[in-house]
Design a protein around this ligand. Structure first.
Ligand code: UD1
Length: 423
């Protein structure tokens, strides 16, 4: 049965909400458990569909995956049974490709289905492959699979300059380099907080890595990666989504469980829109939003504005005073939800990777389809301020990355429910 979400025009959100562990961190930490010939314990793990899929990928490789507490996952990687990540699973979640690096490092070979395109663009994998080749692996693509073969002498450290600070390529390269002989230098590395979390995890497991949070990482290979228990950082995108919801409804909320520094540019943009923000050590208080003013945004690698917050801000810009220009620099096709927002009355013109948003429109509730994870969340936010009833369909996209999205919004006063529709 397919679920859908119904949202009625809602009052100003108020109260406190705790965010879950970061999706984009936990998926890579789970993949990194492949490097450990022992037990990995991850705490603050979100209950989201993508974690289940990564669990299935790891189980297919021989890792024993168990929930040992409500938000604690235990991964036993003593014995691997396979080096193949099958198409049925990789096709469901692109981030499955994060097993490429650790599998190559640990097993000397990896066979991972090519993920193909996705709803936000073609998303190439060339930098992941070039990185592995630089470490001495032979990579060929055959029958829809990426086949990696490491020479009998193992991977050899190298200096790798990434063409673009790709999050996934940086992570795969770090994890492969953990098992390479010598110190690998990754230049133009991505600097997202989730990468720093992966580096912290590996350091806790005894791996020597320098440069966390900078564009140059030095990873010293080792044959022994220790067992580790690690707490996943809070999800900055989930936090940002609630904050935009609060600003749109001119609410007063406290978001807990996230480092405000991870959302620096997002918080500055919310302030520029007219919201008042106070930063705690692991919390953010948004209150007294004036009438929203439109802001321009352009997505860039961290610490630039996150592409994963672009859709939510476009929904806010649609109701804000003034016009704004939204520039998407990271993905080629990430405006699909704008058409759905248009069905609710938003005035948005798309030209290549630019979107011109004419603000000040009153949105009206409508049935809409969630085109992808963040676009789906943005449509829910639009529903909170739209007059009448909005129904968001294809909510499986939202389930990929948000734990209990509806209940958390409802606990802040949103008039939102989730239903199942018969097949
Ligand atoms: C990760 C995040 C995603 C976020 C994105 C950018 C996960 C599970 N997903 O995705 O939520 O939106 O970072 O912050 O962590 N590219 C190439 N060749 C490559 C690799 C990437 O051309 O080998 C391109 C992609 O097509 C894309 C851009 O680089 O246009 C950014 O991709 P990347 O940073 O790799 O994002 P992901 O790791 O896929």
């Amino acid at each position: 049965m397919a679920d859908y979400i119904t949202i009625e025009h809602s009052p100003a959100l108020s109260g406190r909400v705790v965010v879950a562990g970061a999706k984009n961190s936990v998926l890579k930490l789970m993949a990194a458990s492949l490097l450990i010939e022992g037990v990995t314990v991850l705490q603050n793990v979100p209950h989201i569909a993508d974690v289940e899929i990564m669990g299935q990928v790891l189980q297919a490789l021989g890792v024993k995956v168990n929930w040992t507490a409500p938000h604690e996952l235990t991964l036993d990687g003593h014995h691997l049974a396979s080096h193949t990540a099958p198409y049925e699973l990789v096709a469901q979640m692109r981030a499955s490709t994060a097993v490429l690096g650790p599998l190559s490092g640990r097993c000397g070979q990896a066979r991972v289905a090519l993920p193909g395109g996705c709803n936000i663009g073609s998303r190439k994998i060339d930098m992941h492959i070039a990185g592995l080749e630089a470490l001495g692996a032979q990579v060929c693509i055959e029958h829809g699979y990426i086949n990696v073969q490491v020479p009998a002498s193992g991977l050899l450290a190298a200096e790798v300059l990434l063409e673009f600070p790709s999050v996934g390529a940086t992570e795969n390269l770090i994890m492969a380099a953990v098992r390479a002989q010598g110190t690998t230098i990754i230049k133009n590395a991505a600097r997202e907080p989730e990468i720093t979390d992966l580096v912290t995890f590996l350091q806790e497991a005894g791996v020597g890595i320098e440069g966390a949070g900078t564009a140059e990482l030095a990873v010293t290979g080792t044959t022994k990666v220790n067992e580790v228990c690690h707490r996943v950082i809070g999800d900055r995108i989930e936090a940002g989504t609630f904050l935009v919801a609060a600003a749109m409804t001119r609410g007063d909320i406290e978001v807990e469980g996230v480092d405000p520094d991870h959302l620096d540019i997002v918080l500055r943009k919310l302030e520029a829109m007219g919201a008042h923000i106070e930063r705690g050590p692991q919390s953010i208080h948004l209150h007294d939003a004036d009438k929203l003013r439109a802001v321009d945004i352009q997505t860039l690698p961290y610490p630039g504005f996150p592409t994963d917050m672009q859709a939510q801000f476009m929904a806010a810009d649609a109701i804000a005073e003034g016009s704004s220009l939204v520039t998407e620099n990271v993905f080629e096709n990430r405006f699909m939800f704008a058409d759905e927002l248009g069905r609710m009355g938003a005035d948005i013109s798309i030209e290549g990777h630019y979107a011109l948003v004419k603000g000040g429109t009153s949105l009206s509730g409508a049935p809409v389809i969630s085109p992808d994870l963040r676009g789906g969340a943005a449509l829910v936010l639009a529903g909170l301020v739209a007059e009448g009833t909005t129904t968001v369909h294809d909510v499986y996209h939202i389930d990929r990355g948000y734990e209990d999205f509806c209940s958390k919004l409802a606990s802040l006063g949103a008039r939102i429910t989730r239903q199942s529709e018969p097949d």
